[in-house]
Design a protein around this ligand. Structure first.
Ligand code: AHR
Length: 581
C-alpha cells in the first residue's frame, strides 16, 4: 500500500478508536466535530490518497483532496458538560483588590533591567524606569508591590540606596548570586515606580541583619511630614511630600533565610518592631493606617501560626499586627527543582496543577488556627509569595530564578486566584512571585525587548474581580483522570462589581476536551454577555520576543436565553465573561 493511503487508513481508524474511548477529535491530525451527527471535517490540507489501489477488495478513488467530508448516521459522543448555578443576589466577602498584588525583589533581572535601566539608557524611560514595563503594568491596576524582598529584605540597608546616584556605595547581593548592586534603584526610585504604575508600597523591613532603629528611621525617611532631619533629607532627594506606605512586612521567612529564628525569638522582635517602627504620614494616622504584617509559615505545619496568633490574642496596647504572611509555591516534584518551565509534557501539566491545588488545603489549615484565636477575622492571611517555581532555564544564572511562562502558568494562576477569592473573608492580600523576569513573572525582558506572559493576561482578565463581591457558584467540577492523577475538570468564580455587572470566570483544566457550559443565573436578568478566553495550541505554549502573541486572550461568544447562559469553553482555557443586566 502506498504511504499516503496507510496514513489515511490509520487516521480514520484512530478517529474511530478515539471516539470509542471518548477522546477529543480536535487537534493535530485535524478533525473537528460538527453537530451531533457524525460529520467530521478533516482539515489536514495536504492530506491525499496517493494512488488508485485495491485494498481489501475495495477500489480506492485516485487522489481525494481534503477538507474531506465524512457523513455517517452514527451519533457523536457529546463533549463534556458542566452546569453552573449562580444566584447573583447572594453576596459573599469582598474580593480584596490586594489579592492581585505583586512581588518585586532585588533578585536577578527583577529590578535591574526589568524596571530600572537608568536615565541615560537608550531604552525609553522616565527617570530611569522603563516606559514599556510601566505601560504594561498600568493595565493590570497592580494594587500593591512588595519590595525589596524576600530573603533580600533581611540583608538590605536602606541608607545605601538614597542620595545622589553617583555617591551610593556598591554592595554585594549576597542572597542572590553575590552580584554587585549599584544601589541605583533605592527607596525614591521604588516610590517613583509605584507612582508611575499607580500602585501602593508594601515594604519589608530588615529584621534579620538590621535593627529596629534602622527600620524606624527608614519609615521616618519615607513618611515624615514634619521638618525632621530625615524629612529634610528626603526633600533634598527630590520628594518633600511624605510617601504613602500601605503595608509593612516585619521580616521575611524569619524561620529560614530571615535569621533562622524560633517562633519565640521572632515574636520578641515582632513586638519591638511593631511598636517602634512608625508610619508618620499624617494622611495615614486614622482610617488609612499602614497595615503591619508578621511573618507566618512557608510550610503546611501550623505551630508557627499558633505561636503568633496566641501571642496576638494576648497583645496589649504596645504592639499589634494586621496580617500574617504565608508563602506557598507550586514546586511539582519538590526540591531540588526538576520541573521544566517550557517543553514539558501533558503529564507534567497534570502534576503541576495537582500540586497547585494544594493551596486550598494549605490555607484551610492556617485558617483553622487563626479562627480559634481570631474568630472575627481581624488578622488577614497574606499569601505574599506564591506561584509556579520551576528549574532555572538552561544557560541562565541559577541564582536569578529565570523561567519561561506557559499556558500552564496561566491556568495555575487562575486556579490560585479562585482559591484566594473563595477564602476572601480571611485571605485579603496575595503577591505573586515575582513581577518581572523572576519565577512566575508577568513580564520578561531582554535588554530593550519585552514580552507579556500568559500570567500577565490572566491578571488582566481578572482586573474586574478587584474589590468585587464574591457570588457563590454551585457546580459539579467533574474529573479528568490520566496516569494516576485526577484533576477537577472545571473551576469557576463569580463576582458582582460596584456597577452591578456580574463577572463569571471558567477554567477548563482538561487539556483535551472542550466543555459545554450551561449557566443558570438567578437574582438578575442578563441582557448582554461579553467574554474573553485564553488558550493556546499546547499546554506548554509560551510567548517569546519573536512570537509574543501565541498565548493571548481572544473574544468568545455565548448565548443568553432567559436565565441561561450557554457557551463552550476550549480545552486548557481560562474564560471571563461580563454579564450586564
Ligand atoms: O521568591 C524567591 C524567594 O523565595 C524569596 O526571596 C524568599 O522569601 C522565598 O524563599
Amino acid at each position: 500500500m502506498d504511504f499516503d493511503l496507510l496514513t489515511a487508513a490509520a487516521v480514520l481508524y484512530s478517529l474511530d478508536l478515539r471516539e470509542r474511548f471518548r477522546e477529543p477529535i480536535i487537534g493535530p491530525g485535524g478533525c473537528w466535530p460538527s453537530g451531533t451527527t457524525r460529520i467530521l471535517l478533516c482539515g489536514s490540507a495536504a492530506f491525499s490518497l496517493g494512488a488508485v489501489m485495491n485494498f481489501a477488495g475495495i477500489r480506492f478513488i485516485h487522489r481525494i483532496f481534503l477538507p474531506l467530508l465524512l457523513v455517517s448516521t452514527v451519533p457523536m459522543m457529546a463533549q463534556e458538560k458542566a452546569h453552573l448555578s449562580i444566584d447573583a443576589s447572594k453576596a459573599g466577602a469582598k474580593i480584596d483588590r490586594n489579592l492581585f498584588g505583586q512581588f518585586a525583589e532585588n533578585l536577578g533581572h527583577g529590578l535591574y533591567e526589568g524596571i530600572w535601566v537608568g536615565p541615560d539608557s537608550p531604552i525609553p524611560n522616565t527617570r530611569g524606569i522603563r516606559k514599556d514595563v510601566v505601560t504594561a503594568l498600568q493595565a493590570l491596576k497592580v494594587p500593591d508591590v512588595r519590595w525589596p524582598g524576600g530573603c533580600f529584605a533581611d540583608e538590605y540597608h536602606w541608607r545605601k540606596g538614597v542620595g545622589p546616584a553617583g555617591q551610593r556605595p556598591a554592595t554585594l547581593n549576597s542572597t542572590w548570586g553575590g552580584v554587585v548592586d549599584t544601589n541605583a534603584f533605592g527607596t525614591d526610585e521604588f516610590m517613583d515606580f509605584i507612582q508611575q504604575i499607580g500602585s501602593q508600597a508594601y515594604v519589608s523591613v530588615n529584621v534579620g541583619s538590621g535593627t529596629p532603629q534602622e527600620a524606624a528611621e527608614w519609615l521616618e525617611y519615607m513618611t515624615a511630614a514634619a521638618p525632621t532631619a530625615l524629612q529634610k533629607e528626603r526633600a533634598a532627594n527630590g520628594h518633600p511630600e511624605p510617601y504613602k506606605v500601605g503595608f509593612m512586612g516585619i521580616g521575611n521567612e524569619s524561620w529560614s533565610c530571615g535569621g533562622d529564628m524560633t517562633a519565640d525569638y521572632y515574636l520578641a522582635q515582632l513586638k519591638i518592631y511593631s511598636h517602634f517602627v512608625r508610619n508618620m504620614n499624617p494622611a495615614q494616622q486614622d482610617k488609612n493606617q499602614m497595615l503591619k504584617i508578621a511573618v507566618g509559615p512557608g510550610f503546611p505545619e501550623t505551630e508557627w501560626t499558633e505561636a503568633v496568633m496566641k501571642a496576638w490574642k494576648q497583645h496589649d496596647w504596645s504592639w499589634d499586627i494586621d496580617g500574617l504572611s504565608v508563602h506557598w509555591y507550586t514546586t511539582p516534584g519538590g526540591w531540588p527543582l526538576s520541573m521544566p518551565s517550557s517543553g514539558f509534557s501533558v503529564d507534567d501539566y497534570d502534576k503541576t496543577l495537582k500540586s497547585t491545588l494544594f493551596m486550598d488545603d494549605f490555607l484551610r489549615k492556617q485558617e483553622e488556627v487563626m479562627d480559634r484565636y481570631d474568630p472575627q477575622k481581624k488578622i488577614a492571611l497574606v499569601v505574599d509569595e506564591w506561584g509556579g517555581w520551576y528549574k532555572a532555564l538552561p544557560g541562565t544564572n541559577e541564582h536569578f530564578l529565570v523561567q519561561q511562562n506557559s499556558l500552564r502558568d496561566a491556568i495555575l494562576a487562575s486556579l490560585n486566584l479562585n482559591i484566594f477569592a473563595r477564602h476572601a473573608d480571611r485571605v485579603r492580600m496575595a503577591n505573586i512571585a515575582q513581577m518581572i523576569n523572576v519565577i512566575q513573572a508577568m513580564i520578561l525582558t531582554d535588554k530593550e525587548k519585552m514580552v507579556l506572559t500568559p500570567t500577565y493576561y490572566i491578571f488582566k482578565m481578572y482586573v474586574p474581580f478587584q474589590d468585587a463581591t464574591f457570588v457563590p457558584v454551585d457546580f459539579d467540577p467533574g474529573t479528568v483522570h490520566r496516569d494516576g492523577i485526577t484533576l477537577p475538570r472545571v473551576d469557576a468564580l463569580a463576582a458582582k462589581d460596584a456597577s452591578g455587572k456580574l463577572w463569571l470566570e471558567i477554567t477548563n483544566l482538561d487539556p483535551e476536551k472542550p466543555v459545554e457550559i450551561d449557566a443558570e443565573i438567578a437574582g438578575m436578568t442578563i441582557k448582554t454577555a461579553k467574554g474573553e478566553t485564553l488558550t493556546a495550541p499546547a499546554v506548554d505554549s509560551v510567548n517569546t520576543f519573536t512570537a509574543p502573541g501565541t498565548v493571548a486572550p481572544k473574544p468568545i461568544s455565548a448565548t443568553v436565553k432567559g436565565d441561561r447562559l450557554a457557551l463552550t469553553v476550549e480545552p486548557k482555557s481560562v474564560t471571563v465573561f461580563a454579564l450586564e443586566p
